[in-house]
Write a protein that binds this ligand. Structure first.
Ligand code: NCD
Length: 321
């Protein structure tokens, strides 16, 4: 399947967002609208009952064909804090194990009165393909498809950057480090950064872990992490995604950390007020040192908290009309 792209099915005839399959095709106005909505949701994202009427009577299903800690839990909490019912579908105990296809599984659950599906799948384009088969009012949100897209992660990363660095992305120097080739987070993040007008986007990683050139359009690409950290405001680290990798792309984890790992000495080469993002799960000592992940410049747990607010905003926008 080809990587997901914005399809007519993603937009309603009155130009509303119908599904959230990818950030490709969404302009700065629509992205900023979601970020503004998420910023105003933040006060309610950690609990409370103020917004429990927003999605009362609606049902959201988490349909994850791949593992997840942050994304699945935060979608569940986001939906519940807006008053929706949530079905966390357990693939491991389901008829998927008997060979039922993703679309038949989804249609079966849809018949039980699900309004929105949050779907993660290992294959590029899988969520967009499902979107073609659902009922007219059923909403699909892509929670990560293969290496293609992870739109809510891209948005929550922008929310986190904006919160610390302000809304003018044109003034920021942002460095994305590591396994860009296998990363749906990087694809959605790079698209969002370009759309929001970030003029200095740098990408650093071993050549075996760089993606196809189209993904890197407008980026400065290099392999010398020390040199690329100079003047950087935001460092976005990526996990080494060995589950999506052919053998041999990274000969040794020790050497990888030596060349591309972010430790405190390296981080000191960026601007003194630089922030460090990582989508999680982190591999301490592989792509990031433990003291950097836990240190004062790390915003990793802010990303997690923002994930709840951002997903509340997305659910509200797609479901509350
Ligand atoms: C990411 C994912 O699954 O794409 N995690 C997440 O959603 N926070 C990144 C990763 O697995 O490396």
């Amino acid at each position: 399947m080809t990587p997901a792209s914005i399809t007519p099915a993603s937009i309603t005839p009155d130009r509303q967002l119908r599904h959230l399959l990818t950030l490709d095709g969404l302009g700065a106005a629509r992205i900023n609208e979601l970020l503004d909505a998420a910023a105003s949701m933040r006060a309610h994202a950690m609990g409370g009952t103020a917004l429990r009427q927003v999605l009362a009577g609606r049902t959201v299903c988490n349909l994850f064909f791949e593992n997840s800690t942050r994304t699945r839990s935060s979608f569940q909490l986001a939906a519940q804090r807006l008053g929706a019912d949530v079905l966390n579908f357990d693939i491991g105990m389901s008829s998927v194990k008997k060979g039922e296809s993703p679309l038949d599984t989804l249609r079966t659950l849809e018949a039980m009165g699900i309004d929105a599906f949050v779907v993660r799948h290992a294959e590029n384009g899988a969520v967009a393909a499902l979107a073609d088969g659902v009922r007219p009012h059923t909403v699909l949100i892509n929670a990560g498809d293969g290496r293609a897209a992870h739109p809510t992660q891209g948005l929550l990363d922008m929310l986190t950057i904006r919160q610390r660095k302000g809304t003018d992305f044109s003034r920021l120097s942002v460095l994305v480090v590591g396994d860009v080739r296998h990363s749906r987070v990087a694809r959605s993040g790079l698209h969002a950064l370009r759309t929001l007008g970030c003029a200095d986007i740098r990408v650093c990683g071993p050549s075996a872990l760089l993606p196809e050139p189209a993904i890197l359009s407008g980026c400065t690409v290099g392999g010398d992490l020390d040199a690329m950290l100079d003047g950087i405001d935001v460092v976005m680290m990526l996990r080494l995604q060995r589950e999506r990798m052919e053998e041999g792309l990274v000969p040794s984890l020790t050497k990888y950390f030596y060349d591309y790992g972010l430790d405190a000495k390296r981080l000191a080469l960026a601007r003194p007020d630089a922030i460090v993002l990582h989508p999680g799960p982190i591999n301490r000592g592989v792509e990031i040192a433990g003291d950097v992940a836990d240190g004062p410049q790390s915003v990793i747990l802010e990303q997690v908290a923002n994930g709840v607010a951002l997903r509340m905003a997305v659910l509200e926008q797609l479901l509350a009309r």
